[in-house]
Design a protein around this ligand. Sequence first.
Ligand code: ANZ
Ligand code: ZN
Length: 822
Amino acid sequence: ELKYIPKDIEQKWQRCWEEAASFAVTEDQDKKKYYLLEMFPYPSGRIHMGHVRNYSIGDVVGRFKKMRGFNVLHPMGWDAFGMPAENAAIQNKSHPAKWTHENIDYMRGQLKKMGLSYDWGRELATCDVAYYRWEQKIFLEMLAKGLAYKKTSFVNWCPKCETVLANEQVEDGACWRCDSEVKQKELDQWFFRITDYAEELLEWTFKLPGWPERVLTMQRNWIGKSIGCEIDFPLEGRSESVKVFTTRQDTVFGATFMSLAPEHPLAQQLTTPDRKAEVDAFIEKVKKTDRIKRTADDFEKEGVFTGSYCINPLTKARMPVYLANFVLTDYGTGAVMAVPTHDQRDFEFARKYSLPLQVVIQPEGESLDTASMQAAFTEVGTLVNSGRFDGLKSDAAKEAIADYLEQEGIGKKTVNFRLRDWGISRQRYWGNPIPVIYCENCGVVPVPEQDLPVRLPMDVEFSGEGGSPLAKLDSFVNCTCPTCGKAARRETDTMDTFVESSWYFMRYCCPDFQDGPLDRKRVDYWMSVDQYIGGIEHAVLHLLYARFFTKVLRDLGYVSCDEPFTNLLTQGMVIKDGAKMSKSKGNVVDPNALIERYGADTARLFSLFAAPPEKDLDWSDQGVDGSFRFINRVWKLVHDRLDLVKNAAAPDLATLTAEERTLRRAVHKTIKKVTEDIEERFHFNTAIASIMELLNTLQPADLQTPQYGAVMKEALETTVLLLAPFVPHVSEELWQRLGNTTPLSRTAWPEYDRDAVVDEEVLVVVQVNGKLRTRITVSAETSMEELEKCALANEKVLPFLEGKQVRKVICVPGKLINIVVA
Ligand code: ANZ
Ligand code: ZN
């Protein structure tokens, strides 16, 4: 049949790939492996255009690498635990498991309709016990190594979701999911000691050239390494001292007061009776402000005097001790030596409370004066008013003062990280149960390995009120202590869902492994992921946790690699009418409707052609239409020439005519361009554009030469091969109609012929006023304008143009150029 009917051919080839298990892979030691991965979706209900784009990008890479001879692992699965399932359960009175699995089934069907080259045999869902049981084992091993621990802490609490949020899940003081205002709450929580890996996580950000610099910078800032000193400031009239952390020990002579976090353990003790009421009121007030606000630059700096003093260990000056709202309790030592002349926050604070200022760093060629200062001078400079350190530059002074403090026993060099341990406790049902038991005799008792998994019970009630449904389920909570046999209580917190996404990519390597979380041999064959593709919104959270987990699992002996993702591509958003596609904006295009109307190939082609992967993709109906028309043009071209090429052999290169050579050159130049665009740059849009250009060359071609059929056959087959990663269904179909019996999915990518892409050169005679002046060699395809430029700039020609005016240039392409001057 002659009409292009996407539905028919797409179903046909999807069935064919499925039946032949075309994309199933094993650990073939003879082949070079390539592990390609797109971030797995949350089964929210339906695929959206962001998914279509993400997976289309990945599929080009996967199919291309396979055609290039790689053993490509390209798996897909479901990030299936999480709050929306629970919220839906409350709303629809259905079970989160049911909701989740129905969504998975539906979305799997949608993905299959896109013709993506997944090894579906490796599919996993993190909410299945077959997956989360192994995560419990990993948790227990981390617990045994002290990498998982419990502590009481203030946590970000979302009153609406009734759960703890990681700092990363708080955006501008609001919950990242529901946008409610986040509160502070004190709770007993489980933590992963990611800070143990802070240094290594940071170091490796300098050894990941395949990651976008932007993401690496965000990770570095998040880890936030600060090199400085801890310095002891003795308290007046007391034996103890206050320890501060500073990165600017070169300014210690300018420290005129002390600022403590309101939560600092000494805060109450240092408060004199006359100050108590004011201090208590202040502490209460700060408790109510969230941490994000407290650290914002434009947040009003406020404080209260405790009534106590400490002594600057170098100047011996008396320094009033304040509590200040911008000093955080969990950074450094929770105490700051305030240097109002050189720190802006301290400056504002000092002005507000009339505290003394002393300049100790002088900028080049300037003289700061405390009376007229409008802001702190925060750069480096030369030390003044700093005793024996006067005249040193800041950098040298940092060293010298740190050494001096160490010598005198009043300080030591330290490194501080902004990174905090990862709080993983969630008071939620639909997550992985933390496998521990609380016993009055024995305390915290890990669930013994032979008792794993701790299954998530199915018989829960969802009222939507107050805390975790698990805690209300006696049959789950009540248990016996594995150590002493007494009645005990089971942990009812579940793990943050970021735990599941921290190692799923390794489980894909051995999804059916029954003897542990990971089968080291298989995991080592596939890891690291060669190309990871996903959204920039995961720049810190998921990508940092996944890196941490990889290192933990390495140290637990499960895997050899240090880093999970060699190359990372963060794709842009899909936008429509200038805004991100979202339900709230009402500008959503449903992939179902798109595929129904145009077919998956058009949906894929459009999302690949409209923008390079990292850039935002602007939705356009005309663009979709254009993609569909292009496929139709290819379809028609191939069918129009079927008779011509049917019985053609491969071209005999030695006897090609010039016209045939020109046609063939266009074909091989396109192979070169498309190959480089995909392989080196992921510039799929320009790759597709050059295939379109080739089509423009092929369509009008109509040679009467002997090998025209042979050359056209090569041209059409090449076009189809080059299109295969982008529009695989129609490519397979045309490939077959061109008489090939091996499907494209098992065909090699074309290599370009080096001889064919070299432009033919011609010798052009250059005359001035009809007299031969020189000959130049140029490509046969050089345009008249270019040829003219070359001739006019030629050094043999220039002397004859001097002082004359060019009247006319006569050009006979490929032969002669005559410059007429007067
Ligand atoms: C004295 C000083 C003088 C400072 C100066 C800066 C400039 P980073 O780079 O982020 O590590 N600081 C220390 N602990 C703090 C806390 N718990 N809450 C709020 N601020 C704290 O910043 C280190 C600087 O932040 C430290 O250096 C300290 O102020 C402040 F001209 O000490 B500095
Ligand atoms: Zn016990």
